[in-house]
Design a protein around this ligand. Structure first.
Ligand code: FPP
Length: 236
């Protein structure tokens, strides 16, 4: 890549925040300690991403599968949601940023559901940046949910109609999906929306995934040749 060329900034980045448990284990601490450090890393990254001009950052905070984790770990995560959505979220609003939540919230504790909904409702309209929390989110469930609601309403859908039934309605597709923690898979994250996303995998455990590490992913993305199944003009 020509160093003088400006970086291409993705509109929407998806983030699979893996490695909190291992990060904590290395320090002989409980998993909740890792999730807490992960939340702090996420807060810094959201601020950094908005500064770069990214419009949407979708963070995978809890998958449908994660909901089978021990009660103690889940309670720790719910505590982090309570914490984030009562205090930190206000700092985001002040910067003309919004929060949005995707996933099936119906199984979460009532007070957490309310905090999440209030978080969305109190967000500034016309925000320049949106932090999207995927909570009890699973792409398979999202697609099934959309299909069932089309069937129930007797609808035959085109692509726009289908996409309007997804949790991500109105959002652009993710351009880049980053996964920390060394695994190289999507794990049921935005499977439909990520059809043409660029993927970036790093061994770095999420609590150590700093804005500097994030910049490496953006630089890598910037050098990718996105052809969407077509061929380059010069090869025509
Ligand atoms: C996966 O790492 C991570 C999660 C299941 C939770 C991610 C949540 C956060 C980073 C906190 C987000 C912010 C709020 C406001 C809740 P893992 O625990 O599976 O890691 P491991 O693979 O090392 O065990």
């Amino acid at each position: 890549m020509d160093k003088r060329e400006p970086l291409k900034i993705p509109l929407h980045v998806g983030l699979i925040m893996d490695g909190n448990g291992r990060w904590a284990k290395k320090r002989h601490m409980p998993r909740s300690f890792g999730h807490n450090a992960g939340m702090n890393a996420m807060i810094k990254l959201a601020e950094h991403a908005s500064g770069l001009g990214i419009k949407y950052l979708t963070v995978y905070t809890l998958s449908t599968e994660n909901l089978q984790r021990p009660e103690e770990e889940l309670e720790g995560l719910f505590g982090l949601f309570r914490n984030y959505f009562t205090t930190n979220v206000k700092k985001l609003y002040k910067k003309n940023s919004a929060v949005k939540v995707i996933g099936d919230l119906s199984v979460l504790p009532q007070d957490v559901q309310k905090l999440l909904r209030d978080g969305e409702d109190n967000s500034p309209s016309g925000a320049e940046f949106t932090l999207v929390f995927a909570i009890n989110y699973g792409a398979r469930n999202e697609i099934l949910h959309a299909v069932n609601s089309a069937v129930e309403n007797g609808l035959k859908l085109d692509r726009d109609g289908f996409e309007n039934l997804l949790y991500t309605r109105g959002m652009p597709y993710p351009d880049l999906i980053i996964r920390t923690g060394g695994e190289k898979r999507l794990s049921n994250f935005l499977a439909y929306q990520a059809a043409y996303a660029e993927l970036y995998f790093t061994e770095v455990l999420f609590p150590d995934f700093s804005p500097k590490e994030f910049d490496k992913a953006i630089k890598d993305f910037s050098g990718r040749d996105r052809r969407y199944g077509k061929i380059k003009k010069e090869d025509n």
